[in-house]
Structure formats: C-alpha cells, structure tokens
Design a binder for this molecule. Sequence first.
Ligand SMILES: Cc1cc2nc3c(=O)[nH]c(=O)nc-3n(C[C@H](O)[C@H](O)[C@H](O)COP(=O)(O)OP(=O)(O)OC[C@H]3O[C@@H](n4cnc5c(N)ncnc54)[C@H](O)[C@@H]3O)c2cc1C
Length: 403
Amino acid sequence: MNAALAGLAELNPASVQAPANIVARARTIGAEIAARHAADVDRDGRFPNEAFDALREQKLLGVMIPADLGGGGAPLFDVAAACHALARGCAATGMIYAMHQIQIACLVNHGSNGWHRDLMQRIAAGQLLLGSATTEAETGGDIRNSVCAVRADGDRFTLAKNASVISYGDQSDVILVTARRNPDAPSSDQVLAVVTKQDYRLEKTSLWDAMGMRGTCSDGYRLEAAGVIDQILPLSYADLSAQTMLPVTHILWSSTWLGIAADAVSRARAYVRSEAKRKPGTTPASAVRLAEATAKLQQMKAVILAAIRQYELACGSPERLTSLSFATAMGTLKVTTSELVREVVEAAIRTCGLAGYRNDTPYSLGRHLRDAHSAALMIGNDRIMSHISTQLLVQRDGSGAFE
Ligand SMILES: Cc1cc2nc3c(=O)[nH]c(=O)nc-3n(C[C@H](O)[C@H](O)[C@H](O)COP(=O)(O)OP(=O)(O)OC[C@H]3O[C@@H](n4cnc5c(N)ncnc54)[C@H](O)[C@@H]3O)c2cc1C
C-alpha cells in the first residue's frame, strides 16, 4: 500500500505485527464484507447485517472490555484503526461500530459496580450491540441539557425520553440514555442510565431517510425504561462526558471519517493510474488534484494521531481530562476532521471528473460525498465553535506546546 494512503494501523508497528489482531480482522471485514454490501445498505437505508454478523463472529464487539470480564482489553488506538478500516468499505458500518465502542468506553471507564461488571461480561459473551440516546426532541443537539428525568422509587427508577435520533435502535441490545438526575434537577444536572432490551420499550416516532449515513438507521423513538438504581453510572454526566464520552466520540468519529476520505483517495488514485496507462509517458493533469486530496488526508491522519496521543497522556488524570485546554483540543479535532473529510472527497471528485460524479463507475464518489456531509452536523460544528469561543474567554494560556 502507498505510504501516503496507509491506514492508522500502519503507523503502529506493534499493532501490525500482532497475529490475528483486531485491526487486521476489521480490515478483512471492511474490505471483503462491508464494501460488498455498501451500495445496497446505502440504497435501501438498511442496517449492515452482513458486516455485523462477521464482527460478532470475530468477537470484535467486545474488544474494549477488560480481559478479566471476557473482552479483548484493546486500546483506543486499535479501535480507532478498526473504525477506519470498516469505514473504508462502508461508512455506515464504521460509524455504527464507532458509536457502539463509545458506549463501551463509558461503561468500561465508569461502570464499577456489580451490575455493570455483569453486563460487560454479558456483552463480551453475547457480542451485544450498544446504542445511544443523548439527542432529545426538546433540546436537539444540545446534549448537555435534558428535559427527561430519572424518577426514583426505592431502589428502582423509571424514565421516558423523546429521543429524536437513536441510531440502529431496532438492532440495539443495550442503550445508554442521558437524563436529568431527578425531576427537580436543573437541565444540565444529568446522569447516564444503562438500560437493556428487557428494561425498555421503544415506540418509533420517525424514520431515517437521510442524504447519507443511511445504513445507521437513525430513527426517532419514544423510549420508556425501568430498572434498578445500580444501572445508572455513578459519575455525573458532565464529568463522564468530559473524561470519556467527548474525547472517545471525537476520536472514533474522526477515524471513521478518515476511512471515508481514504477510500475516496484510493478511488482517485486508481483513476489517475488508469489515465496514465491510457497515455503512457505523460503525467495525467488530474494528478495535481490527487496530490491535494492526499495532502488533506495526511493532515486528517496527523490530527487524529495527535489527539489519540493527547488522550493517552491525559488518561488516568481526571484533572487533565476535564481541563478546558483538553476539551478545546477534542472539539477542534472534530471540527477539523469533519471539514477535511468533505474537502478530501471533493478533491477526489475533481480528480476523477465525470467518472467520479457518475454513479456507475468504479470511481463513483457520490455515496462518499453524502456520507461526508453528515460529519459537520453530528453535534453541529457551529455549536462546538461557539462553545469553544466561550471557553477561550476564561482559559489561561498553556505554559508549553505539549500540555
Ligand atoms: C448519522 C447520525 C447518527 C446519529 N446518531 C445518534 C444517536 O445514535 N443518538 C443520538 O442521541 N443522536 C444521534 N445523532 C444526533 C447528533 O448527535 C446530533 O444531536 C444531531 O446531529 C444534531 O442535530 P441538529 O442539527 O438538528 O441540532 P442542533 O444542534 O439543534 O443544531 C441546529 C442548527 O443550529 C446550529 N446551532 C446550534 N447551536 C448553536 C450555537 N450555539 N451557535 C451557533 N450555531 C448553533 C447548528 O450548527 C445547526 O446548524 C446522530 C446524527 C447523525 C447525523
């Protein structure tokens, strides 16, 4: 593989050398299964069943769960590389895998009681799929505020949420739901409740017929759940989000978008090569655009790798993870990669010309462009930038570049 197009995993020799490692298995599933069904998943807006059957068979849904609970104990780097590898074949598959692993990371980092440990064992053994209900009809993308609330009664609770988007809600076995701590709590005093299929009832309120990411099946639901108090993660959602959900989300989403961009560049490169074969001895004019797409792809990869390193360095230090500078770094990662993925795909389309614009050539890039457009909207970039600009007013200057 051309070094410029190499995936994240190629940059980690240990990851490449480990036999039958998770990245290699994800790469095979991405290239041989997800890619084969990607057009069909996109056209019909259906869940990528074939890829997820294979991921379950390869035990890739529980890879981040600690080994003593039956999982693989994989580091975030490997999971990011797996998201990238899957998204190269089918962006919806990569994004569903990313969203699932984000929920797993929250459970692993913050689910310390017996109920949560037992659930993690069940997830690893049964390869259960985890979904997320953060977006609420009343608050939209403002996921740090909730209208719905936990109602406690003794050691049990109930909650009801107008969840305007729950990706793959029909296929999920477990859903992590944000809600106010109690009916009297302010909207920002939230907790994260973990509810299993036995605990909740979903009533569909809208169908996902979107421009791109059609296979994520991000339907709307009214969710009603009941469970024991132990199911609620003990840390406040504000801290849990800062320490785990926000950084892991932005790293895994960005890695998925890198997969879309990498496949677009692969197609553009194949097109330029075919042009070069047709006219031996000349460099096709389209190669200039390919260079531009490749440079932006490298930029994406660099910022993702830097963010993973920053996260690794901050892990274990709640103080660093909740610092404004860390939140700013993770927010800008999301904004940067979500803009770059669209720019890379557009440069790839310019490279291929009509062959990329048409839907019936090996170089078609319509699906990539539609999928890439979801990136800036998944927690709107303008919302993130307005949040960052407020933080900058109170943030002190870092004393060094590596803080
Ligand atoms: C493929 C996909 C899968 C998803 N899956 C899930 C899921 O499984 N579970 C889930 O809970 N959610 C999911 N979501 C929803 C997602 O997390 C966001 O909540 C949602 O995309 C935000 O939608 P919105 O644009 O309507 O909301 P809003 O955030 O309300 O934004 C509306 C518009 O207002 C702008 N805006 C808002 N605030 C500001 C501000 N302060 N300054 C400037 N502009 C602002 C935004 O930029 C945007 O243009 C998914 C979204 C997508 C695209």
